[in-house]
Write a protein that binds this ligand. Structure first.
Ligand SMILES: [Mg+2]
Length: 390
């Protein structure tokens, strides 16, 4: 039997804003853009704003109608990223097996660590206390025998919540939840289940595996059959098993200036490089993603015959890819690296002590010592950045 802990920061972007701007405390705060921003959507909102019906992904114009006196701000992605790194750096103190899920969420496999705590509740509280002490922010924690259940549990008592689900309580807990709570059940498959009169998880239990497979397809049918019984064998997959590391920015206005895009690319390349090195990884492929004002999205990749983890290589390759794209107004720009490995395969002419590698090492050391971003290269200065919570 496993013990899985899911941690999810509460209204993360809004909470960081309140932390930095105490005058926002207790007020409806809406992050995503200014009130009169024509096409923006809400990326996060405070619990006070949620009382007015404001939700993530809602058009800002709608949020402005629901909550006209709300505080609307575009958000500061770099700051959220910084606090996120602070939060994520705490998890390894609790478990060697951590799977980062998003900027403010992670799974921790606590199997075998239970005896360090007087109870599972105390285990969850210890993590919550540590996050609060380190960042001043609250998190919600769910503890359960698997990932699916742990994620449901962290949501159960939000905000500042803690919920522990023991194996013998699983069936009762699931029974009355709507089928949409099952992973993989989206709008379409939800409609299929409703069509057959299955609204709650308890309604699924009388049906056989083959019955579900015939209606939902083999893969989803199996998943729904198992999850409805609280069965989920997916392991917590540590960060080094990730397939790619990337960063992207959605601009508040479409951007056409190549020098601006180049600057953004440089900034993101540094972030991607930093994360790559933090995880002790090397990459061989660089990709860029460009979404135009009309939402048409393209990706371009290039794979090198050697592995790298320095910002310069990422930036050089990304820039080269961008130069080959016929530009029109750009809405979103992203850089990622893939073909990851834990060891370097050096090219014939490259050595670990190349000037670029040396510079990267020195910059990382300084950035680790002081806060992130203490040193950046000239090409990223003047950059500005806004983004949405993913
Ligand atoms: Mg969250």
């Amino acid at each position: 039997m496993r013990t899985i802990m899911h941690v999810d920061m509460d209204a993360f972007f809004a909470a960081v804003e309140v932390l930095d701007n105490p005058e926002y405390a207790g007020k409806p705060l809406i992050i995503g853009g200014y009130k009169d921003s024509p096409r923006g959507v809400v990326s996060t909102c405070s619990y006070e704003a949620r009382k007015y019906g404001v939700r993530s992904a809602m058009p800002l114009s709608r949020a402005a109608v629901l909550c006209p006196h709300g505080i609307f701000i575009p958000g500061r992605m770099h700051r959220y990223q910084e606090v996120s790194e602070q939060v994520h750096s705490i998890f390894p103190e609790f478990s060697p097996v951590v799977e980062p899920l998003s900027i403010d969420e992670a799974f921790l496999d606590m199997t075998g660590c239970e005896h360090f705590y007087s109870s599972l509740e105390e285990m969850g509280l210890a993590l919550k206390r540590r996050i609060k002490e380190e960042t001043g922010l609250t998190a919600s924690v769910g503890i359960a025998p698997n990932k699916f259940l742990a994620k449901l549990c962290s949501d159960w008592r939000k905000p500042d919540g803690l919920f522990v689900l023991r194996p013998q309580e699983v069936q009762d807990f699931l029974r009355d939840l709507p089928v949409s709570k099952l992973w993989g059940v989206g709008k379409k498959s939800e409609a299929v289940l409703h069509q057959h009169g299955l609204y709650y998880i308890r309604d699924i239990l009388p049906h056989s595996l083959s019955w579900l497979q015939a209606r939902l397809g083999a893969a989803l049918g199996t998943q729904v059959y198992n999850l409805a019984r609280g069965i989920d064998d997916r392991p917590v997959t540590p960060a080094r098993d990730v397939q790619s590391i990337g960063h992207e920015i959605t601009f508040p206005e479409d951007q056409e200036s190549f020098s601006f895009l180049r600057q953004q690319l440089a900034k993101m390349s540094e972030k991607v490089g930093w994360r790559l090195r933090q995880q002790g990884m090397y990459a061989r492929t660089v990709s860029i993603k460009v979404r135009f004002g009309d939402f048409k999205t393209i990706t371009r990749s290039h794979t090198l015959d050697y592995s790298f983890h320095d910002d310069d290589t990422i930036f050089r390759e990304a820039l080269h890819l961008l130069e080959q794209v016929k530009l029109k107004p750009v809405r979103l720009l992203g850089v990622s690296v893939s073909s990851l490995s834990t060891g370097a395969q050096l090219s014939l002419f490259q050595t670990e002590t190349s000037p670029a590698a040396k510079l990267t090492e020195v910059m990382d050391a300084i950035n680790r010592k002081y806060s992130r971003g203490a040193i950046t290269r000239g090409r990223t200065l003047m950059g500005r950045e806004e983004g949405a919570e993913k």
